[in-house]
Design a protein around this ligand. Structure first.
Ligand code: FAD
Length: 337
């Protein structure tokens, strides 16, 4: 077996859903490439899963990393914190990475703390940036007080390994450097811990459920729409842009759109290439869920709405006029070639 995975350095623990790489994995890999080049550390990717994980590992081997570690076993077909923690802890014991990075998702948040405890590591969730020198001295930036402030934190001397989850949109997946890495399979001495629950199948929570966190275009609607009967033109705009529909909390609280479409501190975090905010004021609890977006377009009748402070393009006007006009113009453009 060739030694693709170096000892120490940085690991990115990939997330995938039944063999499809989660977009956050690519963003964290890009983030980690930057960290590796600034600290001079090696970077490896780790893929955990059942039979489908082999394809994921092959796909990720086209990224510029030292190697891809495939940690696979029969009882890993469905995500479960017990075997995930166990196999990652055993991989850790074998290679002793100093930093383990994860996309900040429900899944990783579910097992990261257990893994930190198992490997006696430090834990920093929701990282949004870093600064500093060697791996042990890096200062990690993360939001506190529901995003009102940022804190810079550093692990105590000698407290590595560090496990950190990286918020969506911190680094664009487009920034990822391509390469060619070898895939190494983790040798296991003995069975992996049994799942703590029995998963039969995985279903979306509703027919409208979408993975907003990996959508390239999100069209989000706020209380300014005024009436659920008037959501049609917003849906039309989302459709012509090939985007997913999102919402601010009041829209969800009123029952106009389902809960899983809520974006913000108590909803999903999104980082699309294009975010269209329609009738959304731009409260901090909403902004923390979407400010990683590459290009924000805001439509609001109040020119002093805070959303305009983070928007690249702002349209001041009545959304009931602006949205249909925009949709018409985009359709015309699309239809004329
Ligand atoms: P509003 O603030 O009421 O803004 C409506 C906007 O529409 C206004 O700017 C208005 O000018 C504009 N408007 C009105 N009519 C028109 C028109 N005809 N044309 C154009 N523009 C128009 N919020 C979230 O979104 N997500 C969260 O996850 C979240 N979590 C929270 C957690 C906590 C603990 C708390 C306390 C609050 C949370 N909130 C969250 C709520 C948040 O504070 C705001 O109240 C909310 O984001 C406001 O939503 P909005 O922008 O849709 O509504």
């Amino acid at each position: 077996m060739s030694a693709a995975i170096p000892t120490g350095g940085i690991w990115v623990v990939a997330q995938h859903e039944r063999g499809v790489v989660h977009r956050g994995t690519l963003e964290v890999a890009a983030f980690a490439q930057d960290l590796a080049s600034k600290t001079g550390a090696t970077l490896s990717l780790v893929v955990v899963g059942g039979a489908e994980a082999r394809g994921v590992a092959d796909e990720l081997s086209r990224i510029d990393v030292a190697g891809v570690l495939l940690a696979t076993a029969e009882n890993l077909a469905f995500y479960d914190p017990a075997p995930w923690t166990d196999i990652l802890a055993r991989a850790y014991d074998r290679y002793r990475p100093e930093i383990l990075l994860f996309p900040h998702t429900y899944q990783t948040v579910d097992f990261m703390a257990r893994l930190a405890q198992r490997v006696n590591g430090a834990l920093i969730p929701e990282v949004i940036g870093f600064a500093g020198g060697s791996l042990g001295e890096v200062r990690w930036r993360r939001p506190i007080l529901r995003g009102k402030m940022h804190a810079e934190v550093r692990v105590k001397q000698g407290a590595l390994p560090l496990l950190a989850s990286v918020q969506a949109g911190v680094t664009a997946a487009d920034d990822l450097r391509a390469g060619r890495a070898a895939v190494e399979t983790l040798a296991l001495d003995g069975p992996v811990a049994a799942p703590s629950r029995r998963s039969v199948r995985i279903e979306s929570s509703s027919s409208t459920a979408s993975d907003l966190s990996s959508a390239p275009v999100v069209v989000a609607v706020g209380r300014g729409v005024g009436d659920p009967e008037r959501l049609g033109p917003v849906r039309d705009l989302a459709s012509v842009l090939g985007g997913e529909l999102g919402a601010s909390r009041p829209v969800v609280d009123a029952g106009w759109l389902p809960r899983e479409l809520q974006i913000g501190s108590s909803g999903q975090t999104v980082a699309p290439r294009l975010y269209v905010a329609i009738g959304i004021s731009g409260a901090i609890q909403h902004l923390v869920g979407m400010r990683g977006s590459r290009c924000v377009v805001a439509i609001n009748k109040d020119s002093s709405a805070p959303i305009f402070q983070i928007a690249r393009f702002g349209i001041v006007g009545d959304l009931h006029e602006v949205v249909p006009a925009l949709t018409r113009a985009l359709r015309q453009r699309r239809d004329s070639g």
